[in-house]
Write a protein that binds this ligand. Structure first.
Ligand code: IVH
Length: 694
């Protein structure tokens, strides 16, 4: 359909009117479809610019022909004039809260109460719907005859605030349900929240505008939803997930919670994919652990999971106790935020000399552990957050992420609170602390030669799992080795010997022996890992891999000019200059030489272009530990010859490479009659591939 210029439009009842109407309806349907794909199905269907074009066309049409403007038009999502205050709304059915559980036992008890209440002992009789506990704000959306007519916050559960104009701006929420036969009245309940990346973008904008940042996505969502000016809400991306129901008239109540959510999904309402139907306390606990593992990767924050008895009839039998249902329970993760006091602010020196201010805290239990230190990132951040010594602060520890200070509580600042002063000298080596103009970070100018803190950081990075992967060589061991001056560079690690290792504190002979074997094993690596392990500034894992693939050997990289470096995919001037500076230093070149002399090696030249792709189309599974090759080294060799390495054995697997302590994958390979290779077998196969090339 070709666009019709709205400028040419005549008054409502000219012969053109029907055409305008149909064009407007088509545009509205297109925009709604794209919104649904993007915000509900998580599957964008057109570029933003094209969406905006359609949107502007509809806006212009509606302006020229106001009779085309309907309350469910997508143009109504831009916000309305500010309200003097929010009107109160009484919920027709109260919005309740949930009982909480934290320990496994709380969940076992919940399941027992449910079974007692339903007079059954067998696990198999009761299905639970398990879903996420979103960290946002509860909301009630009222649809009448399929059209969104009102949105209200939970408030005290009985009365909330009318936030309809704000909710209209939330593109995840349909203004009209996707059905020909909508119920007369439907109260959809769910959570309004902000996704993590939208939160980060909002805070970046706030920072640029020199406005206060939000402490977390929940506060940002609350602040945005409770805006009297809905045009501001419209500029913030809020999301919604449906999880409950209030009033329903003119349709039958679905027989279970899972059926309710399926129905919502058909109506075009966003329903979270991470949900399931499970049985028994063990099913609940499995769900909890599974979600706990996925939590860091979820694009939004959750503070636990929620279990609901699935069958509606069983829910009704169980009923409510005070203000919470007996049929549901929130299983919460340990709180990720807590309040405590800043006892002092010290600085830590990282492997590149970066000076990080760290708050020393009164011990506080947060994110499941006791925290006594939290990062303040850098000097600018301390200023921006305005943290003083003596302040009461909110500390956050999310998953395995290092604890950080989020903000301070202004009302609790003592009169003698002291601001932070960046020291002028490195507390470890005494070298000057310098700050380059174009950098936010101050650095110790000592370098690893002078500064033990930088040496420790560099060695910890070198030994880390994604670098040389020296198992058992932990941070504390490295501290001791550096403090006792037993090692200076990474190359010294390979000269240590068993005797010196075994003499360290808390080091049994057996562990010393293990570290020795790990050191030996680490010598067989990949070029990418080796480059990454050197700890060159701006050279992360991905860049190191690119460099390895491009140059194929270390000498090529050592000799590369700036132009040659810039030819590598994704390498820009900053990274190129950092590489040149690193390799211009004779000490660094010597380190590379010494490490090679110590026996560190990798499959040379293999990833470079032109190798024989003998194993193209062949799939390998690696299991158990091989005598000399690390898993990565073996994988790199296979991939260099064109093969693919996957994680699980199936009929399609060509070879299983098995080492010591191989488990179920080996058994499966035997069952499926898949050829099994040991390390020698793999090497022979790869040599054959080399041969073929000749
Ligand atoms: S059901 C009658 N399901 O948790 C049960 N609530 O303490 C009503 N929440 O205020 C709530 N995710 O804001 C339910 N999947 C979920 C939820 C959820 C988050 C919040 C909601 C409510 C609070 C209950």
């Amino acid at each position: 359909m070709s666009p019709i210029s709205s400028q040419a439009g005549g008054p409502g009842n000219t012969p053109d009117a029907a055409e305008w109407r149909s064009r407007a309806a088509w545009l509205a349907a297109e925009l709604n479809r794209h919104n649904h794909s993007y915000y509900v199905l998580d599957n964008p269907s057109i570029p933003d610019a094209e969406y905006d074009q359609l949107f502007r066309e509809l806006q212009a049409l509606e302006q020229a022909h106001p009779e085309l403007n309907t309350p469910d038009s997508p143009t109504q999502r831009v916000g309305a004039a500010p309200l003097p205050l929010f009107e109160q709304v009484t919920h027709s059915i109260p919005m309740l809260s949930l009982g909480n559980g934290f320990e496994d036992n709380d969940i076992i008890e919940f399941d027992r109460r449910v079974r007692d209440g339903l007079d059954t002992q067998a696990d198999s009789d009761i299905e639970y719907a398990a879903e996420l506990k979103f960290d946002g704000l509860a909301i009630n959306l009222r649809y009448e005859d399929g059209v969104l007519v009102q949105a209200a916050t939970r408030g005290d559960g009985t009365t909330g605030e009318n936030v309809t104009s704000n909710i209209r701006t939330v593109r995840a929420i349909p203004l009209r349900l996707h059905t020909e036969h909508p119920p007369k009245v439907l109260d959809v309940r769910g959570e309004v929240l902000m996704f993590k990346d939208d939160f980060a973008k909002l805070n970046a904008r706030q920072r640029e505008a020199e406005m206060k940042e939000f402490a977390n996505p929940r506060n940002a969502a609350a602040g945005s939803l409770r805006q009297l000016d809905s045009r501001i809400t419209a500029q913030r991306t809020l999301r919604f997930f449906a999880y409950g129901i209030g009033m329903l008239e003119g349709a039958d109540m679905p027989p279970s919670h899972s059926a309710l959510l399926d129905w919502y999904s058909q109506l075009g309402l966003p329903v979270c994919k991470e949900r399931g139907v499970v049985k028994g306390a063990s099913g609940l606990l499995d769900f909890f652990r599974d979600i706990g593992g996925k939590r860091p990767q979820l694009p939004y924050e959750i503070d636990g999971v929620v279990y609901k008895v699935n069958r509606l009839l069983q829910q009704q039998t169980l009923g409510f106790v005070s203000r919470a249902p007996r049929f549901a329970l929130a299983h919460k993760f340990p709180a990720e935020e807590a309040t405590t006091q800043v006892l002092g602010i010290e600085v830590q020196i990282g492997r590149t000399g970066a000076v990080t201010p760290v708050a020393r805290l009164a011990p506080v239990f947060v994110g499941g552990v006791t925290v006594t230190n939290a990062t303040l990132h850098n000097e600018d951040e301390v200023r921006r957050k305005d943290i003083h010594i003596g302040d009461t602060v909110i500390v956050r520890r999310a998953g395995d992420v290092i604890p950080e200070v989020v903000s301070f509580v202004p009302e609790l600042r003592p009169a003698d609170a002291q601001s932070f002063v960046m020291p002028s000298e490195c507390p470890i080596c005494g070298s000057a602390i310098v700050k380059l103009e174009d950098e936010a970070i101050a650095r110790c100018s000592g370098g690893w030669v002078k500064c033990a803190a930088q040496r420790k950081g560099g060695l910890q990075h070198f030994a880390s799992r994604r670098a040389m992967d020296i198992e058992g060589l932990g941070d504390q061991l490295i501290e001791q080795l550096v403090d006792r001056d037993l090692i200076h560079t990474a190359a010294d690690l390979y000269k240590l010997g068993l005797v010196k290792l075994a003499a360290l504190d808390r080091m049994a002979d057996k562990s010393a022996q293990n570290v020795m074997s790990a050191l030996e094993k680490s010598k067989s690596t990949t070029l990418g890992r080796f480059i990454y392990a050197l700890g060159i500034r701006h050279v992360g894992e991905a860049t190191a891999k690119e460099l390895a693939a491009h140059f194929g050997n270390i000498d090529g990289l050592l000799q590369a000019s700036e132009e040659q470096l810039l030819e590598v995919a994704d390498i820009g001037p900053v990274v190129a200059r950092s590489l040149l500076a690193f390799f211009a230093d004779p000490l660094n070149r010597e380190l590379v030489e010494q490490l090679r002399a110590a026996g560190i090696h990798w499959p040379e030249n293999l990833p470079a272009a032109g190798g024989s792709k003998f194993l193209l189309g062949k799939t390998f599974v690696l299991t158990g530990s091989l005598p000399t090759l690390t898993r990565d080294a073996a994988a790199a060799m296979i991939e260099a010859a064109g093969g693919k390495v996957t994680g699980s054995v199936s009929k399609k697997t060509s070879y299983v490479v098995a080492g010591a302590e191989a488990g179920s994958k080996l058994t499966k390979a035997e069952e499926l009659n898949i050829p099994i290779l040991d390390e020698d077998g793999l090497r022979t196969l790869l040599e054959e591939s080399d041969h073929d090339q000749d």
